[in-house]
Design a binder for this molecule. Structure first.
Ligand SMILES: [Fe+2]
Length: 203
C-alpha cells in the first residue's frame, strides 16, 4: 500500500496518490493547483491511475482534475451533488475498487453539501471536513454548522481510532494524524451539544 502526500498550490492543499503497489493500480485524491509533482510521482511509481476522487467540489480540490484525466485516462468520482460532470456519482456506502484498492464513501455534509470522506486500508481522506487540530469552514455557500455537528460528533468520532487522517490542507502541527489523536487533541471534536457546537462555530 502506497500513500504519497503532496502539498500543492498556494492554499497548502494536500493531494494524495494512493496505490496498491509500485507498478500497480492507483487513485488520486483531490488534485489541486499545479499537478506536475503529482504527474512525476505517477511516472516514478509507474502506476495506472484508475480514478480521481474528489472530497468535495471546491476549486482548490478539483483544479487538477482535467490534467490528470488527460494524462492518465482516470475516471472522475465525486458525490452526486457536485456541480460538475462525473464519471461516477457516489453516495453514502458506495465502494470504489481498483486492483488491491478498496475505497468506501461516507457522506459528510457540513463544509459543503457534496462533502464525502474516503476510507481505505487504514486511512481516511477527510478533505475539508476535518483538518489536523481543526475542522472546515461552515460559513461558505452550502455550509451548515448543524450538519457539521452530525458529521463530526455523530460520525467522525465513531470511526476507528487507528485510522490515519489524511486532511485536505496542511493546516495542522503535523501533516497527518489519527482519529484517536484528533478525538483527544482537536478542539472541534470535543463533546458539545448541538446548540453549543453551532454557537462555538460562530464565535
Ligand atoms: Fe473546501
Amino acid at each position: 500500500m502506497i500513500v504519497d502526500q503532496l502539498r500543492l498550490g498556494p492554499l497548502l492543499n494536500f493531494t494524495y496518490l494512493i496505490a496498491d503497489r509500485d507498478g500497480g493500480e492507483a487513485m488520486v485524491v483531490d488534485p489541486s493547483y499545479g499537478v506536475d509533482p503529482l504527474l512525476e510521482a505517477i511516472d516514478l511509481r509507474s502506476v495506472k491511475v484508475r480514478y480521481v476522487l474528489n472530497t468535495h467540489s471546491h476549486q482548490d480540490h478539483t483544479a487538477g482534475n482535467d490534467e490528470v484525466v488527460q494524462r492518465t485516462g482516470a475516471k472522475i468520482v465525486a458525490h452526486r451533488k457536485v456541480p460538475f460532470r462525473t464519471d461516477r456519482a457516489v453516495d453514502e456506502g458506495d465502494v470504489i475498487e481498483a486492483g488491491g484498492l478498496r475505497v468506501e464513501v461516507l457522506y459528510t455534509p457540513g463544509h459543503t453539501q457534496d462533502s464525502v470522506l474516503y476510507i481505505f486500508s487504514g486511512h481516511v481522506a477527510t478533505g475539508d471536513t476535518l483538518f489536523v487540530g481543526e475542522c472546515g469552514r461552515t460559513d461558505l455557500e452550502g455550509g451548515d454548522p448543524s450538519q457539521m455537528y452530525d458529521t463530526l460528533l455523530g460520525r467522525v468520532v465513531r470511526l476507528d481510532d487507528a485510522l490515519v487522517v489524511l486532511p485536505g490542507h496542511d493546516y495542522g502541527v503535523t501533516p497527518t494524524s489519527t482519529i484517536g489523536r484528533e478525538k483527544q487533541e482537536n478542539y472541534t471534536l470535543q463533546p458539545r451539544t448541538r446548540e453549543e457546537f453551532v454557537r462555538f462555530l460562530s464565535e
